[in-house]
Design a protein. Sequence first.
Length: 88
Amino acid sequence: MNSELISLIAAFDGLAAAGFTVSAEWEEVHDLCQRHEGEQVFDWGHALCHRIEGDDWNADYWYRRASKRRMGAIGEEWAAMRAELSAT
């Protein structure tokens, strides 16, 4: 697993610990995803960021770019995403 994926997991874990709220932790994840725009897993993370923010239109745009769909509650989606990222 490359260091950027490890950083993404750690940043999302921090966001999860903060209760998936728009906060400094959210900004960290969002900025990391923006730096890797066009990479599927980061586009998926970008989608989840905008879902947390409540910006469904923007979230749906990033889900399409990542070829992913929403999965249950935000925590459930993060758990599925984390498992997929950890397996790489």
